[in-house]
Design a protein around this ligand. Structure first.
Ligand SMILES: C=CC1=C(C)c2cc3[nH]c(cc4nc(cc5[nH]c(cc1n2)c(C)c5CCC(=O)O)C(CCC(=O)O)=C4C)c(C)c3C=C
Ligand SMILES: [Fe+2]
Ligand SMILES: [Fe+2]
Length: 361
């Protein structure tokens, strides 16, 4: 008799340095920014940019930033991802759950090996990026296929697609955010997403004529922008705004975390913050819905630096809404998203249960 297929779940996040020190941050940035999906320029240009411009200077600045958010359990991104993994194990006792990172440790290979060692031959992989970008989701999917293809007996993969407008994800964001808004009483809410070079958004458009070709290109999702990161972010922000019952003119969108001189998608969070303060906004709440786990980009860039510049521009207070982290509503939502994508565990046995028709029929 064919054994029951055993399902494993692999949660995958971006990765983070091993320590908030210059050598560890340099090693992390080297691996991350050597990825041709992240710095998507020619190999020679990437090598020059990385080795002559970025790696001599950025690691010291970034290590100092990491030190401001590093906790007793290490990097916040890894800490929250581990706690989410633990919570999902409890919520889904019938499957094995492992954590892996696209860059650094625990590696994709390590996560896949751990699932294989426990006999999982079917794996549901969850890139923990709600919105699709070729430099985050795409890079993870490519590396995952490569790693999964290494062993002689390959596992069978299902990959959870971007969940930027999944009702369970939006509901979890709203349930985590609502008590913060209730307590803080902001007069404006900003949805701040990780930024992306404009070039990468344009490359996601198969027609080459839709994305960033007109101001309303992200207002709805169709054939040409179905992989557009910016359109996915707009869809998340719109759904969350509606779910929270916020008026359109009391919310805005921004894109944070730019790198280099190439044009990045707009509006920019750091510019928007100052503009809002100048327009009279005093109490600003900021959601970061591109990140499911709090990390350097939420805690330091928004929670510390953005709060300072908002106040310097005349604002009274900025409150960072925590990411979903291991909140029970997110754990339940993630279990729903995974179960919806999982191959039906009885799919093959059900077929073999049926008596075969006679050969002569
Ligand atoms: C939300 C998804 C992410 C996308 C898309 C993304 C694209 C992207 N990022 C960089 C450069 C950097 N990002 C850095 C940190 C970082 N980025 C994401 C997520 C996305 N990046 C996360 C979750 C984090 C935090 C990691 C942590 O350890 O907490 C960094 C490192 C920090 C720093 O030095 O500023 C860089 C660099 C590019 C160039 C890019 C798309 C082209
Ligand atoms: Fe990033
Ligand atoms: Fe667009």
């Amino acid at each position: 008799m064919r054994p029951e297929p055993k399902l494993g779940v692999l949660l995958i996040n971006l990765g983070t340095p091993d320590a908030p020190r210059v050598p560890e941050v340099r090693r992390y940035l080297r691996e991350f920014l050597s990825d041709p999906r992240v710095l998507d320029i020619g190999a020679v240009g990437r090598w020059l940019l990385l080795n002559l411009v970025i790696l001599p200077f950025r690691p010291a600045r970034s290590a100092a930033a990491y030190r401001t958010v590093w906790g007793p359990d290490g990097s916040p991104l890894l800490h929250h991802s581990r706690r989410l993994t633990e919570a999902l194990r409890v919520a889904m006792p019938d499957v094995d759950v492992e954590l892996a990172m696209r860059y650094g440790e625990p590696s994709l290979q390590r996560g896949l090996d751990a699932l294989r060692a426990r006999g999982c031959d079917r794996i549901v992989a969850v890139p923990l990026y709600p919105q699709y970008a070729a430099s985050s989701t795409g890079s993870t999917v490519e590396a995952l296929y490569r790693a999964a293809g290494e062993p002689w007996n390959t596992p069978f993969l299902t990959i959870v697609p971007p969940f930027y407008d999944h009702p369970a994800f939006i509901d979890a964001l709203a349930r985590v955010g609502a008590p913060v808004l209730e307590d803080f009483r902001p007069d404006h809410v900003l949805f701040s997403f990780h930024g992306l070079p404009e070039r990468q958004v344009k490359k996601s458009d198969p027609s080459g004529a839709h994305c960033l070709a007109r101001p309303d290109c992200c207002d709805s999702i169709g054939v040409n922008n179905r992989n557009c990161y910016r359109a996915h972010c707009v869809a998340t922000a719109t759904a969350l705004r509606d779910r929270l019952g916020l008026a359109r003119d009391t919310t805005s969108i921004g894109f944070q975390s730019r790198l280099g001189r190439t044009p990045w998608i707009r509006p920019f969070t750091d510019v928007e913050l100052v503009e809002l303060a100048r327009r009279g906004v005093r109490r600003l709440a900021v959601f970061c819905p591109a990140f499911v786990a709090d990390c350097l980009e939420t805690l330091e860039e928004i929670g510390i630096r953005a709060a300072e510049s908002f106040k310097a521009a005349g604002g009274e207070d900025l409150r960072l809404v925590p990411c979903l982290n291991d909140h029970p509503v997110w754990v339940a939502a993630l279990a729903t998203i995974i179960r919806e994508s999982a191959p039906h565990p009885r799919a093959l046995p059900v077929l073999t249960d049926r008596p075969a028709p006679p050969l002569s029929a």
